[in-house]
Design a protein around this ligand. Sequence first.
Ligand code: TYC
Length: 102
Amino acid sequence: DDPPDNEAGVITKTVTKTAKPPMYKVLILNDDYTPMEFVIFVLERFFGVSHQQAFDLMLTVHKKGIAVVGVFSHEVAETKVSQVMDAARQKQHPLQCTMEKE
Ligand code: TYC
């Protein structure tokens, strides 16, 4: 039999919890008016993808309606969404970008 952990007969159990922050998907939505070139520009500029990757992603959104463009911490995801929405607003394009808990 295992002896108790201390003189009081109390067994101490240590549970280590790893902090796992929730991650957020950033999504881009299709629309009929935003120019393809602008979407490609936004993806290259704010998501650090190559021109080819940006082109492929844009076409995926154009054909399927929506795509995940990256997964980030809450703070970074919020920044990306703001950057995209601000750039779209400046050019008066209806492009929509949102975030969603993974
Ligand atoms: N559908 C747009 C067009 O034909 C292009 C587009 C692609 C717009 C992706 C938004 O997220 C988007 N000009």
